[in-house]
Design a protein around this ligand. Structure first.
Ligand code: PEP
Ligand code: MG
Length: 594
């Protein structure tokens, strides 16, 4: 029982980063920094011992982070790059080599040397006049903290062990902490630090738990066991609420849940706009087990099956038979809806340890995707055979990633023709009319879209890479993440060009990047003329609901206005206003994060 007799009510406000309302007991977790009590001078052999201690602590930290990454909950494993960036920091020379040099040159203990390195890094970050980048120092501090804990042998309480329903209250949570959260127990969390773009915020959204960050002094006011109300839609947190607050928020909570379930209940209705246009809303998946989620959420098929998983998982290459069984099952389960199987997109940020892809300076610009497959026809053919063989078990479409020009399409189609001949000679059946399409995700393919459209059956616009290559923003580099702007007018113009080219040639065009599942983007994409969207399964119900609430004609008229704007911020603000007007409840329910 919580003794609230003397509890003092207090309301604080922070930044709402993940929607939903929770009422529950606070669990204060101590993420205070390790205190470095000793700084001492070291002499003789002991210096090498300090270097060894430091290296061991780095190794231990690396192992812990790698283990956390392996155990990441499924909902957040697409955010594994967050832990990768922590792992990269361990190798950073300003942290790693600089500390070793300090131990040796200044003859000081490892803890003290590490602290000095952190101070130097902090000074560099202070010079950066950009909020997003300067706040990334928190990530460096979190990593340093882990190394210090390994040096001191002091263990943090593991969040994985929390076994009662609580709301976590912490000064800060590192990305590693959030991957440990047991979401069956943790209702949500609040933190003193953090912002909209912090990794902790991204994780909360992926885990779908309400969160408020940037409260500054929450840990000063909240005691373990206090009753809390956390409103992840507005950023309000009430510590020790009174009865009327509890009743008020229970009602709000109920409304939010009802809204979510009303959307879910209608997810099986077709996505038809107010003016009668049917939009196909499909799911993106990486492995077979995800098909169920697409079906449950009312997806009209699989718009993008990323096939890298089996290659990344296996020791050595998966056999044609293994691939065939996987694709066949996929085609059967989703049937009569279609599945678009994309051929191997390895390289870039997706590496297979067993394939000999040379370590490249710029992997995203290197031997990736179709380039790799055309260089390795044996690997490519084995996958194509598996896809063609599976094509008679449902409605299968074939898609090539990262096409940059016509020659790659011609080369890929020639290999497909060879595989078809081989299957014919062995009297193995396949769908002779299998549709063949390409991802449009490289700017040169956008420019050449009219030509490419003459050679394929459909286009699928991959905005994740199109933004990366079009705006020259490394999609996994958090330092430039703030420039990763789907609403950049250049991106909208590129999409428009591709859609027009596809329509002129009479071929289908869909969009399967993250933009497809963003509630804010739906109207603009419809206004652009997109008639098929493919996204993360959990995004399907809300996107379908939005589609049912708007008319394509109106979206098109709005889109004309949007095209007269010249910066991403202006576009975003305009679209946000437009969505508030078209589907007012989206803002109330915290779905429009403008
Ligand atoms: C894309 O680039 O938008 C896309 C859907 O493909 P991936 O994220 O797998 O590169
Ligand atoms: Mg891509």
């Amino acid at each position: 029982m919580i003794d609230q007799t003397f509890a003092v009510k207090k309301t604080i406000k922070g930044i709402a980063v993940s929607p939903g309302i929770i009422i529950g007991k606070a669990r204060l977790v101590d993420r205070s920094r390790v205190k470095i009590l000793y700084q001492y001078l070291i002499t003789g052999d002991q210096l090498n011992r300090q270097v060894e201690r430091f290296k061991e602590a780095i190794r231990a930290t690396e192992e812990q982070l790698t283990m956390l990454k392996k155990r990441m909950p499924e909902q957040v494993n697409q955010h594994g790059f967050i832990l990768d960036s922590c792992l990269m920091m361990l190798k950073d020379s300003m942290l790693n080599e600089a500390t070793i040099q300090k131990i040796l040159n200044e003859k000081i203990n490892a803890e003290w040397a590490l602290k000095k390195s952190l101070e130097e890094i902090r000074k560099v970050f202070e010079l950066i006049d950009d909020e997003y980048i300067s706040t990334r120092i928190n990530d460096v501090e979190n990593v340093t903290e882990k190394i210090l804990r390994n040096l001191s042998g002091e263990e943090h309480e593991s969040l994985a062990e929390i076994n009662e329903r609580v709301i976590i209250v912490a000064h800060d949570l590192s990305p590693a902490d959030t991957t440990e959260l047991n979401i069956n127990m943790v209702m949500g969390f609040i933190t003193d630090v953090g912002g909209r773009t912090s990794h902790t915020a991204i994780m909360a959204q992926a885990l779908e738990i309400p969160a408020v960050v940037g409260l500054e002094t929450a840990t000063d006011f909240v005691a373990d066991g206090d009753l809390l109300i956390v409103d992840g839609n507005t950023g309000d947190v009430i510590i020790n609420p009174d009865d009327s607050d509890i009743i008020h928020y229970q009602e709000k909570q109920l409304q939010h849940e009802e809204y979510k379930s009303s959307i879910a209940r209608k997810s099986h209705l077709p996505a038809i706009t107010l003016d009668g246009r049917r939009i196909a809303v499909k799911g993106n998946i990486e492995f077979l087990e995800e098909v169920a989620a697409v079906k449950e959420n009312g997806g009209d098929g699989i718009g993008l099956f990323r096939t890298e998983f089996l290659y990344l998982k296996s020791k050595g290459l998966p056999s044609e038979e293994e691939l065939f069984q996987d694709y066949r099952e996929m085609a059967e389960i989703i049937s009569p809806d279609p599945v678009t199987i994309r051929t191997l997109d390895l390289g870039g940020d997706k590496f297979a340890s067993d394939l000999e892809i040379a370590r490249e300076m710029n992997p995203a610009l290197g031997l990736r995707a179709i380039r790799f497959c055309l260089k390795e026809p044996k690997i490519f053919k084995s996958q194509l055979r598996a896809i063609l063989r599976a094509s008679i078990y449902g409605k299968v479409q074939l898609m090539f990633p990262m096409i940059s020009g016509l020659q790659e399409i011609l080369d890929a189609k020639e290999i497909v023709a060879e595989v078809k001949d081989e299957l014919d000679s062995k009297k193995i059946e396949y769908d002779r009319d299998i549709a063949m399409g390409i991802m449009i995700e490289v700017p040169s393919a956008v420019t050449m879209a009219e030509v490419l459209a003459q050679h394929v059956d459909f286009f699928s616009i991959g905005t994740n890479d199109l933004i990366q290559y079009g705006l020259a923003i490394d999609r996994i580099n958090e330092h430039v993440a703030y420039m990763y702007q789907p609403f950049h007018p250049a991106i909208l113009r590129m999409i428009r060009h591709v859609v027009n080219a596809a329509k002129d040639a009479g071929i289908g065009v869909s969009l399967c990047g993250e933009m497809a599942g963003d509630p804010l983007c739906v109207a603009v994409l419809l206004g652009l003329g997109i008639e098929e969207l493919s996204m993360n399964a959990r995004a399907i119900p809300l996107v379908k609901k939005i589609i049912r609430s708007i008319s394509v004609e109106e979206a098109r008229a709005e889109f004309e206005k949007v095209m007269r704007l010249h910066t991403a911020d202006e576009v975003r603000a305009h679209i946000s206003d437009q969505m508030k007007r078209l589907v007012p409840e989206l803002e109330e329910k915290g779905y429009l994060d403008a």
